[in-house]
Design a protein around this ligand. Structure first.
Ligand code: ADP
Length: 370
């Protein structure tokens, strides 16, 4: 039985395990949190830091192939594993590039992918862009952390950053692409996400995106070109801005399954998780078409509350037609933490706004301080 190692034991790893079972893979997981979502369900769960080269190297010594569910891992560890002949996907150099928003943006612009005007900035340097602008810390940001809209120079964080001109965003779109180790490449149809206005975390999303057909094709083509250009093996989740005047800009991309791809589990002929394994194993990629339009509402930790979480309206949510719930196994909530999601399947995409609204109305997340 092939042993696959995953760096990171969060919900993405958990859903990768679900798909790995069908292919009879033995999944090993490395995460520093003993109560992470993969604990108790991985074939072997190793407690240790994905950011430590030695720990990653030791973990990799027990597996045949090594992948990840978050980018903030030790690239040195990945390199050592690769040097020992272990299949590492995504490739260490690609992970290094995508870990740094500045290098990522530079590479996209250099290769001619549509990018907003930008500047790699060190504190004290003159600003070449107009205000308001968007500031992004180069490393370690996620779910909106490390990103801010800056109205004037005095509001800049004094840290090395990627500064970008503000794009007039009409819709936030993502396209998940898979490229197999044999070079076969396929894109899922675009997903449209709506972000929490304060927290920048995705609140809900839908597949198919509500886009003109040509725009959907352009988005897919851009994402396919990017995945081919980066020679990714496995998934690449490509985030795009669709502007008020009908253009696309590349935002950032991630070499792993993505929150916006969870809809593929029930909406598409193949899920993003199955597709990732197919790509890594060099198997033919699956059909990515949507067979059932779907919406997804994230279960996010309520603002300002920490503690033990429960979902008292679960029965009401499940009583809605076409809904299913996926809980990530996190007992503790913190503000905007992704705790699970509700999927809603429909026959006609025109029903999606109402059906998503019905789910959102019934959501209730209770947090008990411990
Ligand atoms: P994260 O790592 O948190 O996903 P992103 O770089 O995707 O960070 O930025 C978070 C959000 O900030 C985006 O989803 C978008 O709403 C907004 N944003 C980012 N870059 C720009 C930009 N150049 N113009 C306008 N809004 C932006």
């Amino acid at each position: 039985m092939l042993r696959a190692g995953i760096l990171g034991g969060g919900q993405l790893g958990r859903m990768l395990i679900q798909a790995a079972i069908d292919l009879d893979l033995k999944v090993y997981v490395l995460d520093s949190a003993p109560d992470s979502p993969c604990a108790g369900i991985a074939h072997r769960f190793v407690v240790g830091s994905v950011r430590e080269a030695d720990t990653v190297e030791r973990f990799a010594g027990d597996v045949d192939l090594l992948t990840l569910e978050l980018e903030e891992v030790s690239v040195e560890g990945l390199r050592r594993a690769s040097a020992k002949g272990i299949q590492v996907a995504p490739a260490p150099d690609l992970v290094a590039l995508l870990q740094d928003k500045g290098l990522q943006r530079q590479a996209y612009a250099k290769a001619g992918f549509p990018s907003p005007p930008f500047q790699l900035w060190e504190p004290g340097e003159p600003i070449q862009l107009e205000f308001p602008l968007i500031q992004k810390t180069r490393r370690g940001g996620y779910d909106g952390r490390g990103v801010q809209r800056v109205p004037s120079p005095d509001a800049l964080w004094p840290v090395p950053s990627l500064l970008e001109a503000e794009v007039p965003i009409a819709k936030e779109i993502s396209v998940i692409v898979a490229r197999s180790r044999r070079g076969e490449i396929r894109a899922f149809p675009p997903v449209e996400s709506v972000f929490h206005p304060k927290a920048h975390v995705v609140e809900y999303l839908r597949i198919p995106a509500d886009l003109p057909p040509e725009a959907a094709q352009t988005a897919q083509a851009l994402a396919l070109d990017l995945a081919a250009h980066l020679e990714v093996v496995g998934l690449l989740a490509v985030e795009l801005f669709y502007t008020t005047d009908g253009r696309f800009f590349l935002n950032e991309s991630a070499p792993r399954p993505h929150n916006t791809g969870h809809v593929t589990v029930k909406a598409c002929w193949t899920s993003q998780f199955e597709q990732h394994w197919r790509a890594l194993l060099g198997l033919p990629l699956g059909d990515t078409r949507v067979h059932t339009p779907a919406g997804l509402v994230n279960l996010l930790g309520p603002e300002g509350q920490h503690g033990r979480v429960s979902f008292p309206t679960l029965p009401e949510l499940l009583a809605l037609p076409g809904t299913s719930v996926h809980l990530y196994g996190k007992r503790r909530s913190s503000p905007y933490r992704k705790l699970g999601h509700v999927l809603v399947l429909v026959e006609d995409p025109a029903e999606l706004p109402d059906r998503i609204a019905a789910v959102r109305q019934r959501l209730q997340i209770e947090v008990q301080p411990e």
